[in-house]
Design a protein around this ligand. Structure first.
Ligand SMILES: [Zn+2]
Length: 268
């Protein structure tokens, strides 16, 4: 199995169009610090799966050589959740003719309006999520209705190697722990460094955990105990890790953990 990291930022990207915080200003001054919305492409023996359809998806697919090698292939997208930063890109794929989209039933229901808009252009062929672990019941603000399965960690297995991808997770559940323990690579929610970050920076009145994102401080020691190669992704522009000069990088390095970078390729 081979994967390519297509983006590593939380909703809004880095820089975010209407923001001048230090993280966004730094990315404007130093374009190498810019991060597209979090996504990966996974190449298995069967097919290429793009995980999440971000607002950057067209540019992300341009930069992915496996997609470029077969432009006629029907895009296969797996969704971890129905948040706008992970689903807006479905509309951008309307030239496809048809789309294969794997998602939980809760996510499918929430995306009915998108499905209706796409129907005359690129009908969605729903596919079951192969291996998903529920990591949060936080539904998007625009969605209503009860139910579980709003946010999933996805597990990919190919050739005896296993990847766990969870760009959003609100709880470290026993099921997630079991999935991570048997994985060779884990790419996990690094939206916020600490729980107070959203309140301290004024972007929310909620803590990181209340927003559905366990902060890096709460997960890094657990990850350090795994045998898997572990990387953080989905960085918000408030996260000090968006600054390569931040001392927080050293903290992760000492624990043997990495921060994912746009464009990186991982062979498993
Ligand atoms: Zn910002």
């Amino acid at each position: 199995m081979r994967l390519q990291v297509l983006g590593t930022a939380a909703g809004g990207g880095v820089p975010q169009w209407n923001c001048a915080c230090p993280g966004c200003a730094g990315a404007r001054a130093h374009p190498a610090r810019a991060r597209r919305h979090a996504s990966i492409a996974v190449q298995t023996a069967e097919r290429v799966v793009v995980v999440n359809a971000t607002p950057d998806i067209a540019a992300q697919l341009e930069d992915c050589p496996w997609i470029a090698a077969d432009r006629a292939a029907v895009p296969y997208v797996a969704l971890t959740d129905a948040e706008l930063d992970h689903t807006l890109g479905l509309l951008r794929l309307r030239e496809a003719g048809e789309l294969h989209v794997a998602a939980t039933s809760a996510v499918r229901r929430a995306l009915r309006p998108v499905e209706e808009i796409l129907r005359p252009y690129a009908p969605i062929r729903w596919r079951p999520l192969p291996e998903a672990v529920t990591v949060s019941d936080k539904r998007p603000r625009y969605a209503d209705g009860p139910g579980r399965g709003w946010v999933s960690a996805l597990r990919f297995t190919d050739g005896g190697r296993t990847l766990v991808y969870a760009p959003a997770m609100g709880a470290w559940t026993p099921e997630l722990e079991a999935a991570c323990e048997s994985a060779d690579c884990v790419i996990l929610d690094g939206t916020f460094w600490d729980d107070e970050e959203p309140r301290r920076t004024g972007i929310s009145e909620k803590t990181a955990t209340q927003m559905g994102h366990l902060p890096v401080e709460a997960t890094m020691r657990r990850l350090a105990g795994l045998r898997a190669r572990c990387l953080y992704t989905h960085l918000n522009n408030t996260n000090p890790l968006v600054d390569p000069g931040s001392g927080r990088h050293k903290v992760l390095e000492e624990l043997g953990l990495e921060v994912a970078a746009d464009g990186m390729v991982i062979d498993l």
